[in-house]
Design a protein around this ligand. Structure first.
Ligand SMILES: *[C@@H]1O[C@H](CO)[C@@H](O)[C@H](O)[C@H]1NC(C)=O
Ligand SMILES: [Cu+2]
Length: 219
């Protein structure tokens, strides 16, 4: 009995140690796992300056590029729930001339944020806490063309060691407009000293919170 008890305890501890999560699925008018560059495993990225911060560590190539309309809904589903407390965001990366969503590695100042989810207060909690998906609309004036759609959720449960859960999906935007969003590069978009990354979310309990990165562009 005692032996079984410690077995169960050990199994539970191992599960917690490995129980991170992966954004596996693009959602919207089309649900697709084939358009997502699937991360090798669920280990989070921890360095904001590493190449892995763009689309995760050596993701498998995606085999599809999904067409969506400007103004339409897109999102991502997780293989779990966001049980690690922290903010989330969705970025669009405009594929440079001469490349496709399938060929582009995400380099250069081509990225803009289109949605973010921060915190609420009294009591303090992150608004996506415990949810398994996020979605938003593509700003109607986004230019047509191929893009990487990037989701990021940042676990802040270990103070001073933010964990980035990231995936990129390959999309093609149709019926777009003439918008010209300010763009950033990823890496480069965040400093490791960003107060939204270095904050201790337990002590003292925050009374304000700004999601790291640029403010969302809504067209
Ligand atoms: C990404 O692609 C560009 C050229 O398109 C290249 O200069 C750069 O080295 C690549 N970066 C990585 C990390 O492979
Ligand atoms: Cu985890």
């Amino acid at each position: 009995m005692k032996l079984i008890g410690s077995f169960v305890t050990l199994a539970a501890a191992l599960q917690v140690a490995s129980a991170h999560y992966i954004w596996t699925t693009l959602t919207g008018p089309t649900t697709s796992t084939a358009a997502v560059r699937q991360p090798l495993n669920n280990t989070p990225v921890e360095s904001v300056s590493s190449g892995a911060i763009t689309c995760n560590t050596s993701p498998r190539p995606a085999t599809d590029t999904v067409t969506v309309s400007a103004g339409g809904t897109v999102g991502f589903r997780l293989d779990n729930t966001m049980y690690h407390s922290g903010p989330a965001a969705i970025y669009l990366g405009q594929v440079p001339g001469g490349q496709t969503a399938a060929s582009w590695n995400g380099s250069g100042a081509n990225w803009f944020k289109i949605a973010e989810w921060g915190a609420q207060f009294n009591p303090f909690r992150f608004v996506t806490q415990g949810q398994g998906s996020v979605s938003t609309t593509i700003p109607a004036s986004t230019p047509s063309g191929e893009y990487l759609l990037r989701v990021e959720q940042i676990g802040l449960h270990v103070a001073g060691k933010p964990q980035f859960y990231i995936s990129c999906a390959q999309i093609r935007i149709e019926n777009g407009g003439n918008g010209n969003p300010p763009k950033v590069s990823i890496p480069g978009y965040l400093s490791a000293n960003d107060p939204g990354l270095t904050v201790n979310i337990y002590n003292p309990v925050p009374t304000s919170y700004t999601v790291p990165g640029p403010r969302p562009w809504r067209g």
